[in-house]
Design a protein around this ligand. Structure first.
Ligand code: MCN
Length: 773
């Protein structure tokens, strides 16, 4: 496909000159402001709420609590899972009210909404709301929550386990392990993270009493899921909820679902007859945004004597927090096992995943949404196996890859990989990383007193499925030659404005500068998926590509008239209609200006899953005296199929790898075992990654175009995380092994690395890892 890649991104000028309108920039006439009273303890009965002092403050419109939510008939926030668990059991769905009713279950849970003339007044008034509690014992750790005698969060969720999930072939896996020459086992802590988009959550909620219609401007990854979920909570048909959004300052998965604060703000707008604006703080991001990961992973592999993989077995415990988010159960089950056996040709595979509720913030998707759980398990296990079997980690992987000739390849639990060349990707990455020269570099680092380690990962992940059945787009042509693209997956950093324009421009020949993208305008409602699962390009971009061709086809008759020829004699290529065999032509651009709006198209279809994959090779250096670690080389060779915009793809890969590095080297959300308080509730205690963390970045491409969408593209938005997390931690452990450490869990912060090295010196080789039983 011909492509017109611009310099930079179309959206950059607007962003860089401060013309982006974020949710907190949005204001409605007559709006009031909200502040939330939040639980200050992890588990308690609410004895009473006294809002009289708050309400008495001049300028306070009122205070709503869980009782008001119940009286107004609001429904529980939703949660769903399209599969059954062990023994055919359904997901147990404990209710989650927009404001706490009877009990609070995590620190930060919204208990009351206070509405006042200004934000500061609302905050002052919130501090005057007196909530009296009767404390209950709390549990923050998922494994402890599942143990007998643990504090129980919900009557309807026995043993704190709302779902027990399994996939694969248990009997065949048991046989494979029984027949194995060697087995390898590790237990890993896939740590808890806070998403932390740049823009804290915010909303402007209003209610039109005449039409009984709600409007919500909110930080969102796409309006349709938010609209459906919010309408469900309000108990009205989706048509009565309008969702709007322009700029959204990052999503990372935690801006996908509706939130209690949005629903409570809409209720308050209706109750007080005024628009209500709420702008959250960074502290509220830490306490009450959906969080990510927090899975304990028991992983086992069985091999024959030559290192051929015979079977894989996984047993995971996932911490879902105090309530089930709409996507929490899905992300921690189905999304984890979409690539259950990774890039390996093995069918004797079984996985069990137990979900647990605990007194912590609810969990949902975080960049990778389940896939980094699986890639981390598999790729740490493969490096561990190479170490124990005394094989080269690259050779072990190559020996077990699904061969290029075996696609389409169905994995044991059903998903079908469309295409790939895992060996080719590996070879390209190894060559760029100078795999063979590593021992010399290790020796050179040692001369400088540094521990050098190398880690590999050959990941695969699923992109593209999407929750909703179709993606609808619209292309509108204006009189001045401007083109407006309409879609449903929201652009919150991924550069959609640029790449979508590129795709349509390539078909119709209209310069990209004349394109605009609209995704969050309540005036135009299209069916389709939000941004998630790295599917916007192949899902929405793919449909736009077809829609652009439809527009060209639609214009053929008009072009024939203009050129005074028969339609059958008109051909279209590179944005131009031509009478076959002549030099008489007319550009689509000229035609669309003349007949503006007549060539508009609305088109819908859906393109399905495809599997980006790649090989990442990391080298790290650790200073044993301080524990300071540095990534000294990073090579990522990825198969993203055809690439539409290299600059954006490289940005996405860098972002994903850096996000993996954040988890590997510093980020960690810690709840205190005794008090249930979030100990890492600010950037003073929670180590966000910085750009300097990732050095010597080299990005390579090994495209194997997919036939599952017309662009031949695979997703890239999350791939960097799936590849980097295991590669980096494999490199860290490889370095630590030189100091006698045998097991180590994230994060590889200086303090933890130093402690692990010191503990190994005293004979404890696995002091900073979970017990391996
Ligand atoms: N692209 C391309 N060629 C390809 C694949 C993609 O040119 N073969 C381009 C696309 O056109 C798009 C970008 O790369 O501009 C990412 O595309 P895609 O892989 O389809 O992913 P999405 O756009 O659906 O983004 C979702 C993904 C997810 S799920 C999370 S989480 C995430 C991420 O993207 N959150 C982000 N990247 C983020 N980047 C920023 N800046 N902020 C976030 O919140």
């Amino acid at each position: 496909m011909q492509s017109f890649a611009p310099k930079g991104r179309l959206e950059d000028e607007r962003m860089l000159t401060g013309r982006g309108r974020y949710v907190s920039d949005w204001n409605l006439p007559g709006q009031a402001c909200a502040s939330f009273v939040r639980a200050d303890r992890p588990h308690a009965e609410i004895v009473s709420i006294d809002a009289s002092a708050a309400v008495a403050l001049p300028g306070v419109l009122g205070v709503l609590t869980g009782a008001d939510v119940a009286a107004a008939g609001l429904q529980s926030l939703p949660s769903a899972l399209p599969v059954k668990g062990r023994g055919g059991a359904e997901l147990l769905k404990p209710p989650r009210p927009a404001l706490a009713q009877k009990k609070v279950r995590f620190v930060g849970e919204p208990v009351a909404i206070v509405v006042a003339e200004s934000a500061s007044l609302a905050q002052d008034a919130a501090e005057l709301v007196a909530v009296s509690y009767r404390d209950l014992p709390a549990v923050a750790d998922a494994r402890e929550a599942l143990q007998a005698g643990a504090p129980q969060l919900f009557e309807g969720v026995p043993a704190n386990c709302p779902f027990d999930f399994e996939v694969g072939d248990e009997a065949r896996t048991r046989e494979a392990f029984a027949a194995a020459a060697r087995t390898v086992r590790i237990v890993l802590d896939n740590t808890r993270l806070v998403g932390n988009p740049m823009e804290p959550r915010a909303c402007v909620a209003s209610h039109d009493a005449g039409k009984d219609e709600y409007t919500l401007y909110a930080c969102t990854q796409g309006v349709n899921i938010l609209r459906g979920q919010t309408a469900g909570v309000l108990g009205v048909p989706p048509e009565r909820v309008r969702i709007g959004a322009e700029e959204v300052g990052g999503g990372f998965g935690v801006r996908f679902n509706t939130y209690p604060e949005y629903c409570a703000s809409l209720l308050a707008a209706k109750r007080f007859g005024r628009p209500v604006k709420w702008v959250g703080t960074r502290s509220e991001v830490f306490l009450a945004d959906e969080q990510g990961r927090d899975v304990v992973q028991r992983c086992e592999a069985a091999f024959d004597a030559s290192g051929r993989l015979l079977g894989l077995r996984f047993d995971f415990t996932a911490n879902l927090g105090a309530y089930l988010c709409p996507t929490g159960p899905f992300v921690n089950t189905v999304a984890v096992v979409n690539c259950l056996s990774g890039v390996y040709d093995v069918q004797a595979v079984h996985a069990r995943i137990r979900l647990a509720v605990t007194n912590t913030a609810p969990m949902a998707a975080y960049r990778g949404a389940g896939r980094p759980i699986m890639s981390y398990a598999l790729e740490r296990l493969m490096d561990q196996a190479a170490h124990e079997l005394k094989l080269d980690p690259a050779d072990l992987r190559r020996k077990n890859f699904i061969a290029k000739t075996k696609f389409p390849y169905k994995i044991v639990n059903g998903p079908v990989y469309d295409c790939g060349d895992f060996g080719g990707c590996l070879d390209q990455a190894l060559a760029a990383a100078d795999w063979r020269g590593f021992e010399a570099r290790r020796a050179e680092s040692a001369r400088r007193g540094k521990l050098r380690g190398r880690g590999l990962s050959t990941y695969i992940e699923a992109t593209g499925a999407g929750f909703l059945p179709a993606d609808q787009v619209e292309i509108r042509f204006g009189a001045g030659g401007e083109v407006t693209l309409w879609g449903t997956s929201h652009n919150h950093g991924q550069g959609h404005e640029t790449t979508y324009a590129q795709i349509v421009s390539a078909v119709l020949g209209i310069p990209m500068e004349r394109f605009r993208l609209k995704t969050g305008d309540p005036a135009t409602i299209l069916a389709g998926n939000p941004t998630g699962g790295s599917r916007s390009l192949l899902g929405v971009g793919g449909v736009l590509h077809v829609a652009a061709k439809e527009a060209a086809e639609k214009g053929k008759a008009l072009a024939a008239e203009e050129l005074e020829a028969a339609v059958a004699d008109i051909e279209f290529a590179d944005g131009t209609y031509r009478i076959k065999g002549t030099d008489r032509s007319l550009s689509f651009d000229a035609l669309s200006r003349k007949f503006h709006r007549k060539l508009d198209v609305r088109f819908e279809t859906k393109f399905g899953a495809t599997y980006p994959n790649g090989c990442h090779v990391a080298e790290v250096e650790i200073e044993p005296e301080t524990g300071a670690a540095e990534i000294v080389s990073y090579v990522a060779c990825d198969d993203a199929g055809n690439i539409i915009n290299h600059q954006i793809v490289e940005g996405q890969m860098q972002g994903g790898v850096t996000q993996g590095a954040g988890q590997a080297f510093g980020e960690l959300a810690v709840y205190d075992r005794e008090t249930g308080q979030l100990l890492t509730g600010s950037f003073m205690d929670y180590a966000m990654p910085r750009a300097v963390l990732v050095n010597g970045f080299r990005l390579l491409h090994h495209p194997v175009p997919t036939a599952t969408n017309p662009l031949g593209a695979k997703g890239v938005g999350e791939a960097g995380v799936s590849g980097s997390l295991p590669a980096l931690m494999n490199a860290v452990l490889d370095a630590l092994r030189r100091a006698g450490v045998t097991h180590f869990d994230m994060p590889a912060s200086p303090a933890r690395l130093w402690q692990a090295i010191k503990a190994a010196e005293s004979g404890n080789a696995r002091a900073l890892a979970l017990p391996q039983n």
